[in-house]
Write a new protein. Structure first.
Length: 246
């Protein structure tokens, strides 16, 4: 189990205890760009998440595991599964097919198009100017870009956005062959609701695919189902039992 964009392992302690009490051995870890690995060791993010996952599996001699990736981890875990046969089940606890799409999703349509064209043409001054204007107007944009520069180890909004486009699973989705559980929410303040369609369509080679969309009525409509995490965990446990991992 691992987190995502700005996570630290301590925030998942109660989740780990909940799963352990139900008979699971849980290996919670931070990878590059997360928690102590970033703040104490100075190692920035990598989209090649199969590398830290391989290190954990090798270190503890693990096989036939289920990987649970939370938030941006919902992109990182599938990425690792595409390259790691010891992973038998994938839980994407967050719908993030492409991180750049998520980053741009709250911006006006014209700005999204202009940004993508400018990135393709490598127009760094224009991208930096537009990003800084958005950062000055919107605290969420300011936090997202500043943290991204820190976590990705880059020094400009332009390079942050270039890196964000590498954090995707659509380009390797056809290599994912495991049982796959995708968890979404109807009112995620980061991820547009319709993003799940692209991810599901891309998962053409999985052994089985289960999609669960949590709603406001369940109190689990927010990002990563904050408000009713127990429901999400019980859903994961039921799915693991159903797919032979219980």
């Amino acid at each position: 189990m691992h987190g995502g964009y700005d996570s630290c392992k301590e925030e998942f302690l109660r989740t780990v205890l909940y799963l352990r009490e139900r008979g699971y051995a849980v290996y919670l870890f931070e990878g590059p760009g997360q928690g102590e690995v970033l703040r104490r060791c100075g190692i920035p993010f990598t989209h090649e998440w199969e590398r830290p996952v391989k290190a954990v599996l090798d270190r503890y001699g693990l096989d036939e595991v289920a990987i649970v990736g939370i938030s941006l981890g919902g992109m990182l875990a599938p990425r690792a599964a595409a390259f790691e046969p010891r992973i038998r089940r994938v839980v994407a606890w967050g719908v993030l097919p492409n991180f750049l799409d998520v980053v741009l999703s709250t911006r006006p349509r014209a700005l999204r198009s202009l940004t993508r064209i400018s990135l393709r043409l490598k127009l760094k001054p224009l991208v930096d100017l537009a990003a800084r204007q958005q950062m000055a107007r919107d605290p969420l944009a300011e936090w997202g870009v500043k943290h991204g520069c820190y976590a990705f180890g880059v020094d400009s909004p332009y390079h942050f956005l270039v890196m964000a486009d590498r954090f995707q699973m659509l380009d390797i989705a056809d290599r994912i062959t495991q049982d796959f559980l995708l968890l979404g929410s109807t009112r995620d303040h980061f991820v547009p609701l319709d993003f799940y369609k692209a991810e599901i369509d891309a998962l053409s080679s999985v052994r089985s695919l289960t999609f669960r969309l949590f709603t406001e009525r369940e109190g689990a409509e927010n990002h990563c189902n904050v408000g009713n995490i127990r429901l999400a965990l019980d859903t994961i446990l039921a799915w693991l039992a159903q797919t032979g991992g219980g």
